[in-house]
Design a protein around this ligand. Structure first.
Ligand SMILES: NC(=O)c1ccc[n+]([C@@H]2O[C@H](COP(=O)([O-])OP(=O)(O)OC[C@H]3O[C@@H](n4cnc5c(N)ncnc54)[C@H](O)[C@@H]3O)[C@@H](O)[C@H]2O)c1
Ligand SMILES: O=C(O)[C@H](O)COP(=O)(O)O
Length: 527
């Protein structure tokens, strides 16, 4: 049998190529290509190993007719179109922990560099100026560090900052009170963090919820003289607003490792007083690069040569015998987890996964993993089927698995109930024809819907004329409805409408829908 072919397309530690070759792959290392060049050469490859430079777009994927796996030697996969890869059946893997310590250390280095103005003092001293009075620093001891995001990297930053005798506060909706105590931080809301922190460091993925989390408004709410570090993703801070805040002195210093547009060869922040930066060096240490290169090469060759799946973001890990029976349940479970994740309010405290009828005969672990993966992907890009249960446990989320051997109304059923500070929320689904996942209940209301693609969720008062009004609104805004599903608690009571639409419904249309008579809740969903 021909050896699988792998292309290493970004600069990577040479150990990666060595491992691929030792484990039975033909490997080419061809880095620094343009999108068009990559498109022209990708055709024969079974595997593509990358860091953050290569952008795996639908266009590249369309040309990658032989591709089976993309391996990211690192954490962030925002340079990979995972939906397009999944649609094409290409597995996307990352190495979620290999560079976390290194990145946390870079954040600490930038905090210290800001506190003592080390880069500017270095330039001035080497220019022969000896400006001893110009560079008056601040101590970090006793200062408050605000973490936005307290996952893998954020919690390592916390441990290092505590060692520096800082007080650490954290805003992270997924951080439980128990986990906060374990990592020695005080859990706070964002407004409180902004008001109290002397230093702020960001450690979240870039999502719809975190984009511009440090917006002009939020920067104005910070403690005057705050210093800000971003080693996570460009796009978390409004760069123009940050520049204004540096110029006005509201922000005393800012250090960015990541930018909204990379490579950042021109940026309005360049040259701003008290601004320092590095060119996305968070993961750039010998140790981290060896870790991620070895790990990605091991995972990818295991997959290409033996079919083993580890750290995949879009595929569950499974043994060959269980796979055919479990796969449709896992699709159902992941979508139910994603649905509650997208609709739940408040802090998550516990989750129960109940299986009933035929589902109760199966290995529950992959079903639970799929629910947790769907749920937690709302909070973190690094979550997958393999690490979701571990992460849930580590973060103190109480996970219960319940089997009911009895058959209920449905021959097979999976129910997911999350407990939040705002109360319990439950959804349930079944399989039609043994393989087609269907939602059959949402928050106590019976409904029948396929959860797929872009959807719109509406809770409204059950009253005549509503369906016409929503149809007219969507039609006027050129939004095509694919499917339409209705359910209601009782006649004239609370009703639920789930629509599948061809494109994600824009925010402005959601707001108009909110203002329609009788509407209580409107949300865009994506599966
Ligand atoms: N600069 C670099 O070179 C470099 C290196 C490694 C990782 N990163 C980036 O660092 C970021 C963090 O990585 P990680 O491994 O710690 O990820 P992680 O998934 O372990 O942690 C992310 C945390 O952000 C939290 N979060 C999600 N949405 C939030 C919101 N709206 N508000 C507040 N918190 C929210 C999550 O609950 C989670 O705890 C990622 O964006 C990753 O791509 C950058
Ligand atoms: O998400 C990551 O792992 C980092 O952003 C590192 O990116 P890099 O591999 O391009 O340095």
């Amino acid at each position: 049998m021909a050896k699988p072919k792998v292309l290493i397309a970004d600069k990577m530690d040479p150990n990666a190529a060595k491992i691929f070759a030792e484990r039975g792959c033909d490997v080419d290392v061809i880095t620094g290509k343009t999108a068009d060049e990559l498109k022209a050469m990708i055709g024969p490859y079974d595997g593509l190993a990358i860091r953050s430079s290569t952008k795996v777009t639908p266009d590249i994927l369309a040309a990658a007719t032989n591709l089976k796996v993309i391996g990211r030697a690192g954490i962030g996969v925002d340079n990979v179109d995972i939906a397009a890869a999944s649609a094409q059946g290409v597995v996307v893997m990352n190495t979620p922990f290999g560079n976390s310590i290194t990145t946390a250390e870079h954040a600490i280095a930038l905090i210290m560099a800001l506190a003592r103005q080390i880069p500017e003092a270095d330039v001035s001293t080497q220019a022969g100026k000896w400006e001893k009075n110009r560079f008056m620093g601040v101590e970090v001891t006793g200062k408050t560090l605000g973490l936005i995001g307290a996952g893998n990297i954020g919690s390592i930053v916390a441990s290092r900052a505590l060692g520096l005798k800082m007080k650490v506060i954290a805003f992270d909706p997924f951080l439980t009170a128990e986990r906060a105590v374990d990592i020695g931080v005080e859990k706070v809301e964002l407004d409180e963090l902004l008001a109290r922190a002397d230093f702020i460091t960001l450690h979240t993925p870039l999502t719809d919820a975190t984009r511009n989390i440090l917006s002009a408004e939020n920067l104005a709410r910070t403690k005057p003289g705050v210093r800000i570090v971003n080693c996570a993703r460009g796009g978390l801070i409004d760069e123009a607003a940050l520049k204004d805040a540096l110029v006005s002195g509201q922000v005393a210093g800012a250090a960015l490792d990541v930018f909204a547009t990379e490579p950042a060869k021109h940026n309005p922040l360049f040259g701003t007083p008290n601004f320092i930066c590095t060119p996305h060096l968070g993961a750039s240490t010998t140790e981290a690069q060896v870790n991620v290169a070895l790990q990605v090469a091991e995972q990818m060759s295991d997959f290409l040569v033996h079919g083993g799946v580890a750290n995949a973001l879009n595929m569950p890990s499974l043994s060959a015998e269980e796979a055919p029976r479990l796969r449709p349940y896992m699709v159902l479970a992941e979508r139910l987890g994603s649905l509650v994740g997208q609709l739940a309010h408040g802090n998550l405290t516990d989750i129960s996964i109940e299986v009933e009828g035929a589902a109760a005969q199966l290995n529950m672990k992959p079903i639970t993993g799929a629910v947790l993966s769907g749920l937690m992907q709302q909070y973190s890009q690094s979550v997958n089927m393999v690490n979701a249960p571990f992460l849930a446990k580590e973060r103190g989320l109480d996970v219960r698995e319940i089997r009911h051997e009895r058959e209920g109304v449905f021959q097979t059923l999976v129910r997911v109930t999350v407990g939040t500070s705002a109360g319990n929320r439950s959804v349930a689904g079944t399989l039609f024809g043994k393989a087609e996942p269907r939602l059959v209940e949402i928050f106590g209301i019976g409904i029948e819907a396929e959860l797929a693609g872009n959807m719109m969720y509406i809770v409204n008062d059950d009253q005549p004329g509503f369906i016409g009004r929503i149809g007219t609104l969507l039609g006027e805004n050129d939004i095509n409805i694919g499917t339409f599903h209705l359910g209601r608690r009782q006649t004239g009571g609370e009703a639920v409408l789930l629509l599948s639409v061809d494109h994600r419904v824009p925010e402005a249309v959601l707001q108009k829908a909110c203002r329609l008579d009788g509407v209580r809740v409107v949300k865009a969903l994506t599966f």
